[in-house]
Design a binder for this molecule. Structure first.
Ligand SMILES: [Zn+2]
Ligand SMILES: [Zn+2]
Ligand SMILES: [Zn+2]
Length: 91
């Protein structure tokens, strides 16, 4: 993926964006929780919920695992976000 030079190497290294395998937060379903939007970890493919959701599983996962980049898992949204670089890229 070609991005502006001031963005991050993690997003730059992504050739194919991973979409959500399921349209549900895999952590919320375990605890009978609910979510607002879905995000997809680009390192391991985990489908997790956004920061507007009560449990913020995508952000927790990024901090706990060190996986830097998520994509939106919402239909019609095409963007990537890198936590360590705070970089947002539409594709
Ligand atoms: Zn990065
Ligand atoms: Zn969740
Ligand atoms: Zn991950």
């Amino acid at each position: 993926m070609s991005v502006a030079p001031d963005t991050c190497p993690h997003i730059d290294a992504i050739a194919t964006v991973r979409g959500p395998a399921k349209r549900e937060c895999e952590e919320c379903v375990k605890i009978d929780g609910w979510w607002v939007h879905l995000r997809v970890c680009q390192q391991c493919g985990a489908v997790l919920c956004c920061d507007s959701s009560p449990n913020r599983h995508a952000t927790k996962h990024a901090h706990a695992s060190g996986h830097p980049v998520i994509a939106s898992g919402e239909r019609g949204e095409r963007w990537l976000y890198c936590y360590p670089d705070d970089a947002f890229v539409e594709y």
